[in-house]
Design a protein around this ligand. Structure first.
Ligand SMILES: Cc1cc2nc3c(=O)[nH]c(=O)nc-3n(C[C@H](O)[C@H](O)[C@H](O)COP(=O)(O)OP(=O)(O)OC[C@H]3O[C@@H](n4cnc5c(N)ncnc54)[C@H](O)[C@@H]3O)c2cc1C
Length: 581
């Protein structure tokens, strides 16, 4: 029994980690020589350069939870104060109003006094208080929805740069249902989005006053967090944890070319001719790659996946000496309003936002070039870096050339959640429903953020582990070896000596010799016939963290996972004289 995980970005790694913890034999393969996919941090000359994501939200728990599980709790950092952000509009910087919840005010006063909108534009927004609900059924684009309720200015100067920027997609194409379904819900419940936002904020303030025993209201912490060593620290910890798991094999530089599905599992054809056989597969490569893999065996799913558009984006990191900066440089960065004569769509002052990102006396910034400047993506790296520097330096008043430049390009790699996105994902999943052990996971489907990807990866792993465990409970467990045909060089690497594991980590079908049992459980288990020195078989794992079914001679006993974690074992060599991985 083997699960094939295709793609070693954060999604595939999260899947492999969850499968490894459940002791499910797994092969994770990635086409690239390095793991992590879009997550990549480079440490150079004291700078911590983020090539892809630089942080993630804490209100979706999967990201923080995984960091803590991996022992990275102490490395979690939040943005430095003050957290001021600007909008570049009309050739000047205007402070982002305080108390904004996504794109709607949660406090009236800062919004009313903000210079971001003229009095006439604020009056137009006030129309939202009286406008009727939009009766449109089905998904619509975020831009027109917000424009109808609150006017053009809010979309051009706030919602477009903010939400469109995060998704790298023009706001007039972004799906309301996939990206901000809460806005539709607010309209349905309260009719006015402004009233809904203010009433939510009042409810939150009441509950935080109640929990702070009447003390002064605390300043809400930033919803963003990252790791002291950059987002790559999470990938490194994850890879290290997976490599220590006996049931998981990682194969880099291994490109999946096609996937054949049959009633008993899937056969993956690897570039070079080798084939891997698995009883289940988690497809965590980018959607266009997954569409190509499924082309011949699940053409309908492949067609739905191809209908998810992907765009190009680029990130330019630039560093300057403090002596090059103007005196009054402030804040964490700026968003660029629509129609500004800049190529970049946003700029983060990374070393002002996060501690430890640049050596003393220097500034690290990163600028984004999104989908709206399509022609820029045809330029050379040098030309694009020079234009990004010209935009950043020109807007901020920085003198001279950068002391460090880095560019990362993501051609056709950013999934665009356009109108109808959730329908396309559901259609792809529905056409794969006859293969329940085949799962899609990743940034192209149900959330692009790192916590969304981690959550999808783990959910896919839990689903296939549960399915396999049910199957294993029904069938006599055979050797869990994956069929590997052709190319002998690709055979899993075998260990020369039997390492010691917790019984909990031993794959189904494997034999293991009990080395020791933690005091407190030894007596009970001895009564059931399990003692050090005995050879046992993992017969099955019940789903959802239920007990292991352990074969002791001809008997079967149930051992709770928490107890199994306290039983040390050594894997028994297989018929070839090798310890299976
Ligand atoms: C510039 C940028 C900034 C971002 N900023 C943030 C941010 O600040 N916060 C946040 O939460 N999110 C951010 N994101 C989004 C987030 O980084 C991604 O959604 C997430 O990393 C996607 O992970 P994934 O594992 O689904 O896909 P990927 O990271 O794309 O991984 C897919 C993997 O599949 C492999 N692969 C491809 N083809 C094959 C094949 N044929 N066979 C085997 N393997 C294959 C690839 O090598 C890759 O490793 C950002 C994204 C970008 C591009």
């Amino acid at each position: 029994m083997t699960v094939l995980v295709v793609g070693g970005g954060i999604t595939g790694l999260a899947s492999a980690y969850a499968l490894g913890r459940a002791g499910v034999p797994t092969v994770l393969l990635d086409a690239a020589p390095r793991l992590g996919g879009k997550v990549r941090t480079e440490s150079v000359d004291g700078f911590v350069v983020e090539h892809g994501p630089d942080s993630f939200v804490s209100y979706r728990p999967a990201g923080l939870q995984l960091c803590r599980e991996l022992g990275l709790g102490d490395a979690i950092i939040r943005p430095q104060e003050p957290r001021t952000v600007f909008v570049r509009a009309g050739g000047r910087f205007i402070r982002f109003p305080d108390g904004m919840g996504l794109v709607l005010p949660t406090k009236f006063r800062p919004f009313l006094t903000s210079e971001l909108f003229s009095p006439l534009e604020k009056l137009r927004m006030g129309l939202d208080l009286v406008l009727p609900r939009d009766g449109t059924e089905g998904d619509v684009a975020v831009g027109p929805f917000l424009r109808r309720r609150l006017g053009r200015a809010l979309v051009d100067r706030l919602a477009g740069p903010l939400i469109g920027g995060v998704y790298g997609t023009p706001i007039d194409e972004l799906s309301l249902d996939a990206v901000v379904p809460q806005l539709r819900e607010s309209e349905r419940l309260h009719r006015s989005l402004l009233l809904a936002s203010l009433s939510d904020a009042r409810a939150r303030a009441r509950s935080s006053r109640a929990s702070s025993d009447g003390g002064p209201p605390a300043v809400a912490p930033s919803p963003f967090v990252t790791l002291a060593g950059g987002t790559q620290q999470l990938v490194d910890a994850l890879v290290e944890a997976i490599r220590s798991m006996p049931s998981v094999e990682i194969r880099q530089d291994t490109t999946a070319d096609s996937l054949e599905i049959d009633g008993r599992g899937a056969t993956l054809r690897i570039r070079g001719g080798e084939q891997l056989r698995g009883e289940a597969a988690i497809l965590a490569a980018p959607a266009p790659v997954t569409a190509a893999l499924l082309e011949s065996s699940a053409s309908e799913a492949s067609r739905h996946l191809r209908a998810i558009p992907h765009g190009t984006t680029a990130v330019v990191n630039l560093a300057y000496r403090d002596a090059q900066l103007p005196d009054e440089l402030a804040g964490h960065g700026f968003l660029v309003a629509r129609n500004e004569p800049l190529m970049i769509s946003a700029c983060t002052l990374s070393s002002r936002k996060w501690a430890g990102r640049a050596p003393d006396g220097t500034l690290l910034v990163r600028a984004f070039i999104g989908a709206t400047h399509a022609s820029a993506h045809g330029e050379t790296d040098e030309a694009l870096m020079a234009r990004a520097h010209a935009d950043v330096a020109g807007a901020l008043g920085i003198r001279g050339l950068p002391i460090l430049t880095r560019i990362s390009r993501f051609p056709g790699a950013m999934p665009h959640y356009t109108v109808g996105h959730l329908g396309r994902v559901a259609a792809a999943e529905a056409s794969l429903a006859r293969f329940p052990a085949l799962r899609l996971a990743g940034g192209a489907y149900r959330g692009v953020g790192l916590p969304d990807c981690i959550g999808q990866g783990r959910a896919a792993a839990d689903a296939v582990a549960a399915l396999l465990s049910l199957g294993a409970a029904r069938e006599a467990p055979g050797p869990a070896a994956m069929e590997t045909r052709a190319a002998p060089a690709a055979e899993p690497t075998h260990r020369s000596a039997a390492p010691r594991f917790a019984l909990d980590a031993v794959p189904v079908g494997r034999n293991a010799t009990v080395v020791s049992i933690e005091a407190g459980h030894d007596g009970d288990l001895a009564m059931e016939g399990l003692a050090p020195g005995m050879t046992v078989t993992i017969a099955a794992r019940t789903p959802l963290g239920g007990p292991l079914v352990v074969g002791v001679g001809r008997a079967r006993i149930a051992v709770a996972r928490s107890v199994a974690a306290q039983i040390a074992v050594e894997l028994v060599e297989d018929a070839t004289g090798k310890v299976p991985r």
